[in-house]
Every structure is written in structure tokens, then in C-alpha cells.
Write a protein that binds this ligand. Sequence first.
Ligand code: ATP
Length: 308
Amino acid sequence: MAPIVSIRNLAKTYGNGFQALKGVNLDIGKGEILALLGPNGAGKTTLISIVCGLVNPSDGQVLVGGHDVVRDFRRTRAMIGLVPQELTTDQFETVWNTVTFSRGLHGKKADPARIEAILRDLSLWEKRENMLRELSGGMKRRVLIAKALAHEPEILFLDEPTAGVDVNLRREMWQVVERLRKDGVTIILTTHYIEEAEEIADRVGVINGGELLLVEDKTALMRKLGRKELRLELAEPLGALPPGLDSYNVALAEDGGALIYEYQGEAEQGRIATLLGSLAAQGIEFRDLSTRQSSLEDIFVELVGQRA
Ligand SMILES: Nc1ncnc2c1ncn2[C@@H]1O[C@H](COP(=O)(O)OP(=O)(O)OP(=O)(O)O)[C@@H](O)[C@H]1O
């Protein structure tokens, strides 16, 4: 199936000469949830802004639904909903009017039933006559989403949707995203929270210094780059690594109280039995054992060299 968003050799150099994007290629399939991870200043917002037609690319091309985002701006923009990081709407306007106005902006006919459904879905219905300034921070976030959905876009961009919101609201927002996915909406979100990507994305892209370092199916990424660690708490501490373990990636913990075996993939996992056998043969006993798998966060830190 043709991608709904196709990004080719996209580059952006700002007026001051800063190169924010350096030749990004990315295809996004209809109905998928893609999380873009990257540290501050990586180029995430620039990328989103170009796809949404708010910033012009210096080079390359973006097609949305097969249409060029520069030449066919109105058409592509109507297909997209954008949830920005901050609310810039009139604080003295009501929730109902704000969301209704957004629909009109994209040239869609008024549809109060549709607006009602969106507000109910986002638990904003009771607040429809309230002014934005009367809402809590979390409610304002929801209004941003409602505004972005008012014209029934096929693609939704969420720029750091849950930055600074509490855990409960974050979980609620994830549920909203899940419902939208069921309706077939394609979702691209940028996030600093690896947990968020881990929880809701189908694919994860890592962007740093204006380059897309990788984009991969989340589970495959975890399988490919994720390492596992087996930790054996020793009955008696050791002064040095026992002989005969050279062929394993085994290390002695700093206090000598544990052996740590790092492995990746099924073949190395299969060697655990022989490793344990070899320890037993040397009379090395252990009193406890635990395993841990590296998280998306570990993978990210390894790739980018810093935390998101
Ligand atoms: N209008 C502009 N003029 C010059 N430089 C800009 C402009 N907008 C952004 N930049 C620079 O481009 C780089 C990428 O910015 P961008 O906002 O795309 O990053 P980001 O990944 O979204 O970061 P954050 O996570 O902090 O939002 C940054 O170094 C930023 O300072």
C-alpha cells in the first residue's frame, strides 16, 4: 500500500544558516502510530512543521496522500490535524466555539453532532461553555486535541502530547490515541518519554542532529538491539573471574559478589545452561539469579549518547 506520508531527502537550513534537517527519508503507512524520539533540538518540530506546511523545506519533498505539501498546501493541510505543544487560542473563548471554529478554518461544513462526539470522547462535554482560561492544564491539552480533530483529519501529529502532564492524564491521552487508531487515523507523535513510545507506538524513529538515525518496528528494534542480562548472586564472593569463562561475555560485579552474563539473541541465550554447568563443575554456587532486558531507553541512550 502506498504510504500516506512520504518524505524524501528532506533538508532544512534556517535563515541563520543552521541546518536543522539533513536529508531525511521516511515513509509512514496509513493507520500506523509512529513515535519520533530525539533530544532537544534534534529537528522533530521542524520535521512536523514542514509536513504540516508551516515551514518550507530547503530541499527534498514531502507528499501527503500523494500531494505535495508545498504546491498543494490547502489539500494536504486539510488531511492533517496538528496538536502543538502550546495553546495559542483566545483564552476568553469557550471550548465549544474554539473547537467549532477550528473545523470551519479547514473549510468543513458545520457539524455540531460531530463536535459533540469529539468533546464527549475527550471528556470535555461538561466544559463546553467554559472559557479556556477557566480550564486546568490537562483540560487545555484535551482542547488542543479536540481542535486538531475537529475537521476529521486522516493524519494526526502530536508534538509532545504529554509533556508536563500527570501520570493519570498521560494514560488517558494514550487511550484517546488508541481509540483514534481503531478509527484508522495515522498518528505521528514526538516525545521525550521513552515509556510513551514503548507503550503506544508501532514504529519508532530516532532523530538526532537533523538526521534520522533509524526507524524500525518497535518489537523488532527491541529484539535486535535489546540486550539481556543474567545476574547470578554468588554464595561466596570471588576475587577474580573463574577460568574457562573466556568464551562467554561474563563479568564479575565490582564487589565480586555476582557474575553478570550479557547476551543477545537465541544462540547466546542457549549457552546459559552450559555456563551454569561450567560454574557448577568448578564448585561455584549462587544463591539467587535474575534477568533483565534492556529497555527502549537503554537502546536510545546507546544510539544518541544522551537521555531524551
Ligand atoms: N526559526 C528558526 N531559526 C533558526 N534556527 C531554528 C529555528 N527553529 C528551530 N531552529 C533550530 O533548529 C534545531 C531543531 O529545532 P526543533 O525545534 O526542530 O527541535 P526539536 O527536536 O523539536 O526540539 P525540542 O525537543 O526541544 O522541541 C534547533 O537547534 C533549533 O534551535
